[in-house]
Design a protein around this ligand. Structure first.
Ligand code: SAH
Ligand code: SF4
Length: 356
């Protein structure tokens, strides 16, 4: 069986034409998948029964199912999704006052091994397909029909730029078939330079976020092993070129780890580094952990404020990520890891209401 999810209107039209149907049936199929978000061919009542039957012989719709969820009091919902081969990723639904966002995954696991990241500890299992990337949005939107998801951030599990063709194909479907604005589609990378260069050439109006986490190579080598290959100077050069090429703002992300990368000297070095970068902003993210044995600590809010003020004194725009769903293992990879660690089968993970 193949899934129709992940195919655009043109490809769906070719399928219906190949079984002797008029071209407009392709558009009806695309509308059912991407606008009405049906989860089975049987539900597409606009199509004749015979066509539904013939499509069902070869095709299905959708590529994942929900196997667990955790809901926080602020409305954040973290879903555990399972694909056909049993692999699992996390997807987070984030309702804000003025918009609704979703954080989606690009890979099962991640090969980058950043020292503070729960996803990094499991290594790479595999890339997600185009269908599996967009289906995270489709299934969550189907479960939350009253809130239109307008923003997508690729900040879930995995390194999107190591799965660039599928990521771009999925984002293109979100823009072209679902009507999301490219500007509201954010790709977060740990700094895969050749892929940043490729992305610059594509010149898409998406939003790029680069996970920096340290202002010096010594420290970044320790936190982000990729830095030993792609150092900060080369990364900054690639980011500048990206900005010149696309004329788009770029955000640097910085997870604050108490006593490790949030010292005054780090803030000064970061301020100096980013002051030289064109059209950039810094987004700080206080470290999140539900693991009591974690090697890192989350800094106090007074020290994160001090860090931000020092960086801002160099003329850099600094924002702090709005913290959501902290009580529900909010950082990527944490729900999956805690579910696996607890030794229970992931199916079914009971719904946990986070304490107030
Ligand atoms: N691989 C990409 C995208 C996924 S990670 C990247 O690294 O950018 C998305 C963001 O979550 C990154 O900025 C990452 O540093 C951050 N993150 C990972 N683990 C975290 C944790 N325990 N607490 C806070 N942020 C974390
Ligand atoms: Fe991978 Fe991003 Fe986690 Fe690093 S922070 S291990 S790149 S998911």
């Amino acid at each position: 069986m193949q899934t129709l999810t992940g195919l655009d209107t043109a490809a769906l039209t070719n399928i219906v034409k190949s079984i002797g149907q008029p071209a407009y049936r392709g558009k009806q199929l695309a509308d059912s998948i991407y606008t009405q978000r049906v989860r089975s061919i049987d539900e597409i009542t606009t199509l004749p029964v015979a066509l539904r039957q013939s499509l069902s012989e070869t095709y299905t719709i959708g590529s994942c199912t929900v196997i667990g969820k955790q809901e926080a009091v602020d409305g954040t919902i973290k879903y555990l999704l399972s694909f056909n081969d049993g692999e699992v990723v996390e997807t987070v639904f984030l309702p804000y006052e003025n918009r609704t966002s979703i954080c989606i995954s690009s890979q099962v696991g991640c090969p980058m091994g950043c020292s503070f990241c729960a996803t990094g500890t499991e290594g790479l299992v595999r890339n997600l397909t185009t269908a599996e990337i967009i289906d995270q949005l489709l299934i969550v939107q189907a479960l939350q029909p009253e809130k239109r998801i307008s923003h997508v951030v690729m900040m879930g599990m995995g390194e999107p730029l190591l799965n660039l063709p599928n990521v771009i194909e999925a984002l293109t479907l979100m823009a072209n078939e679902m009507g999301l604005s490219w500007r509201h589609l954010t790709v977060s990378t740990v700094g895969v330079i050749p892929a940043i260069e490729k992305l610059a050439q594509m010149d898409l109006p998406l939003t790029l976020a680069v996970s920096l986490h340290a202002p010096t190579d010594d420290l970044r080598d320790e936190l982000v092993p990729l830095n030993r290959k792609h150092n900060i100077a080369r990364l900054m050069q690639a980011c500048s070129e990206y900005v010149y090429q696309t004329n788009r703002r770029l955000t640097f992300e910085y997870v604050l780890l108490a006593g490790v990368n949030d010292r005054d000297e780090d803030a000064h070095a970061l301020g100096k580094l980013l002051a030289k970068q064109p059209l950039c902003a810094l987004n700080t993210i206080p470290y999140n952990s539900t693991d009591v044995e974690a090697a890192y600590k989350r800094p106090q809010s007074a020290s994160t404020r001090r860090f931000r003020d020092i960086v801002a004194s160099y003329g850099v725009t600094v924002t702090q990520r709005q913290e959501r769903g902290q009580k529900i293992a909010a950082a990527c990879g944490q729900l999956k890891r805690s579910a696996l660690r607890s030794g229970h089968s992931l199916i079914p993970l009971q719904m946990l209401k986070a304490d107030a």
